[in-house]
Structures are given as structure tokens and as C-alpha cells.
Design a protein around this ligand. Structure first.
Ligand SMILES: Nc1nc2c(c(=O)[nH]1)N[C@H]1C(S)=C(S)[C@@H](COP(=O)(O)O)O[C@H]1N2
Ligand SMILES: [Mo]
Length: 564
């Protein structure tokens, strides 16, 4: 039948989806603060505008935003030049840009890269000069250095993680599979022209070449196996429960792969500070500068955070040039990066070009306005950066990498699982526990099924968990670290507007098909015999569980109704 008449309706075609909360980005906000309820609808995207005269008046962008140093492709210095910062800001505010699509309330794109980062690309192009090619260079390096099976969550700035099957395949993550979290482009630095500046409140400010840093007669070598974890790891679970917003838009919808473990070689930052004559005048923190451009709130800046001197003094902050026996890959900070043991990845600055001793934690936006852990009463319409805890050490957390969400598992009474467990701050997983009943009964993973303990590393694990049930169950993992910290059971308890630190017990719902049950075994055999595919489980198949004769005989023997 052909439908010719137009439906006479006020509904949108997707009214049902909208009613059911599957298109939250289209829902009006109900404003009940006045006498009458007002529906506040999302506005259509504003037309793109550009004040060309204002932009041209700023001057020659190639000159203004030129490469800071020979041999440092993609490096524009911002922190030393407030005037230059103001000019870039003026350019970015003299026009408007397409806003990044909402993927939290709306559907998440089924593409790889998942998100493109069009806003970041447009800002870089608008500033121009040395940043003109940043997005293209970045993607080229991704294709050169990363494994072809990486899941690209955000094309630019590049954010990517390995697929689950490869994340925990080995306790040490091969370099091409180590996750990457960038805030901007990838500077391409010639190691012979590399220099590290040490200044601020140190007795003897100095600069060092790479050869000087590698000179073992001056700085003893340091080698360490370290797990790096982004505070956004497993954010997707928070998004799936309640939409929120990260620090900046678009945020990568990280899953369980934003964690990786590598053997780093370099020197202790403490030795460098000592070489500079030590700290003076109440210096207590080291501000760390990364060479790429980060654009936040239409301000251009370098990537700047800080670590406390107490952490450096404990020899827990390293300047590394080697990762798993190779020179640091470009995408991971070549030629020199910071590795802060047991802190969130954000403090481990890549493409490090400056260390500045300062009295307080850095006021730079990445340190003081991002990577904040907010209380649940804090959200878009009331947040202030001082309401969040600056995230440093990660709490204990773990993840199930096999099986996956919604997977159907045919088994003989126990389910095989694999995953990782990690704790920050120099604590380590002592016991990993799994539950197959949503978190009521817990079974410990045997010590021999956990990878080796390390003060600064995760432990990968595999186990079999007893399961008697047929049907949907929830597999849950939680870990106890050596300080007996463990994970909250539900996501709701740790959910936060910034979508950081998803440390609740990881839950994976799977459908258990238990072959130790006779009926299940028989029916599976019947499917096999008839050559009917078992997947997907939701597809209706005409496979009778009982013949008409058997059905009849049963009801004769067990009548449904009773008279007395
Ligand atoms: N210069 C610079 N350093 C940086 C970042 C960055 O964007 N720029 N990202 C940080 C964040 S948030 C994380 S999680 C780690 C990730 O390190 P990786 O990309 O080598 O895995 O690098 C940190 N260091
Ligand atoms: Mo991160």
C-alpha cells in the first residue's frame, strides 16, 4: 500500500524518539521558575560571521605566529608574549565558528575517527602562520606511528585508544598501541636543535641540550615501568548514564583503553633541579611547558601544568627520552617528555621545553580550570573552577576487557574474563574480584592469573567466574589496592559533570547461555542440526522447543485449571 496522504500531525517525525529521551539534544528545557512554564528550545546554529577588516588589521599572520625556533616545526611560543596571545584572541573573536556537534545527548557517530574536531581545526586555520598545517601534520603522524587498529576518538587534537582486544594483550603496551591524548598539534622537533629551559625560582637558571641531559657523568640514568592513565578513562560509562561535559569541547568519549604501560628511560627531574642550584625564594612547584598550541575558550596558549616539588624530590618525576627501548615516538613527546609516576596522564607533559620553579600550583588553565573533580551539585549553570578538586593521583580502578557489553556467552558453568587493574599514587592492585550477579557475590582472581606487581604499574588479569544463571547477568569487577581502597559499586556514586575519574566498579551486562543445563544443551544442538545461526540472539527463529504431541501430552497430565 502506498501512503499518499500526508499525516495530519503536529509531531516531528522523530517525536517518539524525543519523548523517549533518545534525542535529548532536541528537547526543550522546561523553565518552571516563573508563573507559567516556558519551553526553552535549543537554538538553530547561528550564521557564521567574520569581521574581515578587524582580522586584517591585526597584521601578517605568518609573521606574527611564526615558528619560534629553527628545527621546531609547529612550535609557537605564547607564554612569553602576552601581546601575541591578545592578537590571536582578537582573530578568534572577530569571527564565529561552527560549533562541535553534541554527541552526549544526541547519537554518537558510528565512524572512525568518531569525532573530527572541526572547531579545533578551524581555530588553528584562523590563527594561521605556523599552525596552518598543525591538523594535517598531526593526522600524518598518527598514520605513521600508531597501529592501524587504533580507535580514533577525536581526529584533531588527536585522541585515540587501542581496541579492547589489544589493550590488555600484554602487560607492557607496545608503543603503536599506547593511547594518545593530545590538546593540540604534534610539534616536530629536531633533537639536535632541542633545548630545555630551567628557570623561575632556581638558583642558577640554565638551558640544556639533549646531549647534556643524556650525559651520564652529569645525570644518572633512570629506568622505570610506568602505567599512564588519563583521568578521562572509561568516561563513556558516565556519558551512557547521564550526559555531562568535559573540560573542553569536544571531549573524547574514552572507553577502557585510555591507559597504557611502558618502560621509560631518562633522568630524575630532581637531579636537574639540583644541577640548577636548587629551589629558592619559597618555590614549591614546577611548572611544565609543552611546545604545542592549545586553544581554550578562544585563547591560544602552550600546554602548561605543574607538579609539586615534594613529588619531584621523591624521584617520582622523570624526564624521559626512551619508551620501550625506542626513542620516544613523536606523538608521545619526542624528544623529551615528563613522566609523573602515579599521577593522571595530564601532568606528564610531552614536547617539554621549559621547567619553571614557582611558589604555588600553576594558574595555567590546564592545571587550574581543567582536570577538576566536581561535586555532583556542580554543573554548567553554577560551576566555578575553585569548586573542583585538582585531580592528581588516580584512585583504584579496573576494567573488564573480555567479554563486551551485550555479548552472548555460551559456556559450561563459568565465564572467562580478562582485564586490567590499576591504582595511582604508588599504590598497586592487591586483589581483583569479579561478580557474575551484579555485585553480590565476589570471587577473587588467583594470584597466578594476575601479571606481576609493580609500584607504578597496572596488573592485567584473566579468570573464570562461576555462573549458574541463564539469561542477562551483570559481570562486575572491583579491585582492592594495597591500602585497602576499593571501588564504589555504581557509576551514579562517582558521576561528575566533568566526566573525569570513572573509578566505579566496571559493569558489563552479558547474556549467559549455560550449557550445563540439559534443556539449553538440547536446544543448542537442535539449532546446530538445523543449520540455523545462533547470532543474533534477538532474531526469532522457528525452532519448536516441543512437538505438538509432547505439548498435548504435557497439558493432559498437568491441566492448567483446577476445580477443587
Ligand atoms: N604537551 C602536552 N603534554 C601532554 C598532553 C598534551 O596535550 N600536550 N596531554 C596530557 C594528557 S591529558 C595525557 S592523559 C597524557 C597522555 O600521554 P600519551 O599521549 O603519551 O599517552 O599526556 C599528557 N601530556
Ligand atoms: Mo588525560
Amino acid at each position: 500500500m502506498e501512503v499518499t496522504e500526508k499525516l495530519d500531525t503536529k509531531n516531528r517525525p522523530d517525536e517518539w524518539l524525543i519523548e523517549q529521551g533518545m534525542a535529548g539534544h532536541k528537547l526543550p528545557i522546561l523553565d518552571q521558575s516563573g508563573e507559567e512554564t516556558v519551553h526553552r528550545y535549543p537554538s538553530d546554529p547561528a550564521p557564521i560571521t567574520q569581521d574581515r577588516a578587524a582580522i586584517e588589521a591585526i597584521g601578517d599572520r605568518d609573521e606574527l605566529f611564526a615558528r619560534e625556533r629553527a628545527g621546531w616545526v609547529g612550535y609557537v611560543e605564547w607564554e612569553n608574549y602576552p601581546d601575541k596571545k591578545a592578537k590571536a584572541h582578537k582573530i578568534l573573536t572577530s569571527q564565529t565558528f561552527p560549533s562541535s556537534p553534541d554527541y552526549q545527548f544526541g547519537p554518537i557517530p558510528g565512524t572512525n575517527p568518531v569525532l573530527s574536531g572541526d572547531d579545533f581545526k578551524a581555530w588553528h586555520a584562523a590563527i594561521g602562520g605556523e599552525l596552518t598545517r598543525a591538523a594535517d601534520d598531526s593526522w600524518r603522524i598518527v598514520l605513521q606511528e600508531k597501529h592501524p587498529d587504533m580507535l580514533h576518538l577525536l581526529q584533531f587534537p588527536y585522541n585515540g585508544e587501542p581496541p579492547k582486544r589489544l589493550t590488555t594483550a600484554q602487560p607492557i603496551t607496545p608503543n603503536p598501541l599506547h593511547f594518545v591524548r593530545n590538546h593540540g598539534g604534534i610539534p616536530l622537533i629536531d633533537k639536535d636543535q632541542y633545548e630545555l629551559q630551567l628557570d623561575g625560582l632556581v638558583r642558577n637558571p640554565k638551558t640544556y641540550t639533549l646531549d647534556e641531559l643524556m650525559d651520564e657523568s652529569r645525570f644518572p640514568r633512570m629506568e622505570k615501568t610506568v602505567t599512564m592513565q588519563c583521568s578521562g578513562t572509561r568516561r563513556i560509562e558516565q556519558i551512557n548514564l547521564y550526559s555531562g561535559q568535559g573540560d573542553e569541547v569536544p571531549q573524547a568519549p574514552w572507553a577502557e583503553g585510555a591507559i597504557g604501560t611502558a618502560r621509560y628511560v631518562g633522568i630524575s627531574m630532581k637531579k636537574l633541579i639540583k644541577d640548577g642550584g636548587g629551589l629558592v625564594d619559597g618555590a614549591k612547584h614546577l611548572e611544565l611547558y609543552g611546545a604545542e598550541t592549545y586553544i581554550k575558550d578562544l585563547h591560544a596558549m602552550n600546554y602548561v601544568v605543574s607538579v609539586p616539588w615534594s613529588k619531584v624530590k621523591a624521584n617520582e618525576v622523570m624526564l624521559a627520552w626512551e619508551m620501550n627501548g625506542e626513542p620516544l615516538p613523536k606523538i608521545h613527546g619526542y624528544p623529551l617528555r615528563v613522566v609523573v609516576f602515579g599521577y593522571i596522564g595530564a601532568r606528564s607533559v610531552k614536547w617539554l621545553y621549559r621547567i619553571k620553579a614557582i611558589p604555588t600550583p600553576s594558574l595555567a588553565p590546564v592545571q587550574s580550570r581543567e582536570y577538576l573533580y566536581w561535586n555532583q551539585q556542580i554543573g554548567k549553570y553554577n560551576l566555578r573552577p575553585i569548586d573542583g578538586i585538582q585531580i592528581q593521583e588516580m584512585p583504584v580502578s579496573s576494567a573488564i576487557m573480555t567479554p563486551w557489553q551485550n555479548q552472548v556467552i555460551i559456556h559450561n558453568g563459568s565465564i572467562k574474563c580478562k582485564g586490567w587493574a590499576y591504582s595511582g599514587g604508588g599504590r598497586w592492585p592487591e586483589r581483583v574480584e569479579l561478580s557474575a550477579d551484579g555485585g553480590f557475590n565476589w570471587y577473587a582472581v588467583k594470584e597466578e592469573n594476575l601479571s606481576k606487581k609493580g609500584k607504578w604499574t597496572w596488573r592485567t588479569w584473566e579468570t573464570e567466574i562461576p555462573c549458574d544463571a541463564e539469561g542477562w547477568i551483570e559481570l562486575v569487577v572491583r579491585t582492592w589496592d594495597n591500602a585497602l581502597n576499593t571501588e564504589p559499586i555504581g557509576i551514579r556514586q562517582t558521576w561528575n559533570w566533568g566526566l573525569h575519574v570513572t573509578s566505579s566498579a566496571h559493569r558489563v551486562k552479558v547474556y549467559s547461555v549455560n550449557k550445563t543445563r540439559e534443556q539449553t544443551r538440547k536446544r543448542l544442538a537442535q539449532f546446530e542440526e538445523m543449520g540455523i545461526p545462533l547470532a543474533p540472539i534477538t532474531k526469532y527463529e522457528v525452532v519448536s522447543g516441543l512437538s505438538d504431541e509432547e505439548l498435548h501430552a504435557y497439558w493432559k497430565a498437568h491441566p492448567r485449571d483446577v476445580d477443587d
